[in-house]
Ligand binder design. Structure first.
Ligand SMILES: [Zn+2]
Length: 101
């Protein structure tokens, strides 16, 4: 598992703007948009999108800053995003692959 291509942060409840600081210490304030990195009709994906698919799964709810492209994941308990209930799931991604037969 590698996050080399993606910078991932947690989106605070109700957060709409990026709070990532640049080299000068100024806050980005870019707009956080829902990032649909997977589209079943597309044949090719950018390396960044491929990484996101590996990291989050194809249907994950993920947001991305439109300025600095920092990725934001909603924290559990945040019900403010797009009216969807966020299901808290174990963070350990290996759990998905370690089911016993
Ligand atoms: Zn930003």
């Amino acid at each position: 598992m590698s996050t080399a291509l993606l910078k991932v942060k947690e989106k605070k409840p109700g957060q709409r703007a990026c709070d990532e600081k640049d080299a000068k210490g100024e806050i980005c304030v870019g707009h956080l948009k829902r990032w649909y990195f997977f589209d079943p009709h597309r044949l090719a994906f950018t390396p960044e999108e491929q990484e996101a698919r590996k990291e989050f799964g194809d249907t994950a709810e993920v947001y991305r800053c439109e300025r600095c492209h920092t990725i934001y994941r909603p924290v559990s308990g945040d019900l403010s995003t797009a009216g969807q209930k966020y299901q808290a799931r174990p963070v350990n991604i290996l759990g998905a692959f370690s089911r016993k037969k």
